[in-house]
Design a protein around this ligand. Sequence first.
Ligand SMILES: CC(C)(COP(=O)(O)OP(=O)(O)OC[C@H]1O[C@@H](n2cnc3c(N)ncnc32)[C@H](O)[C@@H]1OP(=O)(O)O)[C@@H](O)C(=O)NCCC(=O)NCCS
Length: 420
Amino acid sequence: MTTIRPLTSADADALLDLTDYAFIADPGRPWRDSLLEQVDFDNTFGAFRDGEQVGGYLFYDLTMAEPGPLGTVRAQPLPGLSWVTVHPDHRRRGVLSTMIRHHLADLRERGAAWSGLTASDPRIYGRFGYAVATLNVRYRVRQGARLDTPEPVARAADDVTVRTLFAIDDDATAARLRAITLEGAATALGVLTWPERKERGHLRDVPASRRDLEPLHALVATRGGRDVGAVVYRRTSDWPQQPPNGRLEVQWMTALDAGATLALGRRLVAEELVEQVVLPDRGLDDPLLWWAGGPRGAEPTVSDGLWLRPVDVGAALSRRGYAAPCDVSVQIADPTCPWNERRWRLVVGDDGVGRCEPAEGSGTADVEAPVQALGAVHLGLRGWAALAAAGEVVEHRPGAIAELGRAFATSVAPVGGLEF
Ligand SMILES: CC(C)(COP(=O)(O)OP(=O)(O)OC[C@H]1O[C@@H](n2cnc3c(N)ncnc32)[C@H](O)[C@@H]1OP(=O)(O)O)[C@@H](O)C(=O)NCCC(=O)NCCS
């Protein structure tokens, strides 16, 4: 039988051994301390069989930018499941299934509305009720690319000063970058923020772990003395090439408005000895992507970003804001979390504030949906009508899907979020 218990710092070595093996990490682990700095042992668990640790997981206290009422965006707490590992000698015997059930029951006790994750393999988590909620758009902009923006944006960028920070592994710089991250937490649907300890760990400069790469640098954008954006990045160079074809990889970028985005974008594409600038974790509506010429100019590639599943359907749908009123009953199927498996009624007023409660009543609900549907539509990636067309949800009352579609409507594609 598999049992789960919280881990403590005394379990750190076993946890790292298991995690390194599972994710094919360097056994030398030179960055062990910065990895452990990111672990919060209040949120870290181990799976045991006959006294042996056979698995582990933790979750991060993230924030997620989700729809507020009537087109607004709000940063809300999101537990982010991570470090999910099962010992290679104990795989395919249900250890992961036990850990996920434990995680969701634990989150329910803690009062969480949603659980999120980024998946190593897209075949693992759908069975547990998770669905892809954002697309992670990665694109590249060539050095010297023209960023074609409307005139007011260009004027707003002219007021922005951009400064380069060569070294960023010190507490004062980390705190400054953290403040910009938090200010940008609700700038677009899908934006995620890490907990402070994880963000700090990422900025640690551990030469052995970066191998032939340079240390991280940052650009900070200010307007009128106030920070309005930042990019953390590192470059690789290829000197013998003529012309030089180095590459600048953005780690993360936050900009509080379009002018700040443009000012930072201009600096990135002006970087010398660099042939291309790569931006990960962006969205299909990313302004820089379109200013750089869209798909043909920036060669985007798309993969799954954030996966979401409600911990508690009532809490998850009551916390979200809506674009239009509705009154719809939905029969949810959720074998992993039986407390969700019932009929729910979502009522939204003209103010875009919703209330989702268990509904009584006989006869069929207006709509039947697996719990995965709620993750898929939450940030606006997929629409109710698209799910109905694909047979993933079923409409029993004509007009109910259109009503849900209007209520859940968003007008900007969500961004990919962050890896965690
Ligand atoms: C992925 C991993 C955690 C699965 O653990 P596990 O204990 O073997 O999983 P379970 O036995 O509980 O499997 C539950 C179900 O998921 C399926 N499944 C698990 N991992 C899978 C995978 N990688 N691909 C396809 N199906 C998978 C199992 O076949 C099983 O299906 P079933 O219910 O139809 O029988 C484990 O293989 C592992 O540690 N992998 C390396 C690290 C990793 O990728 N972690 C995930 C990080 S996001």
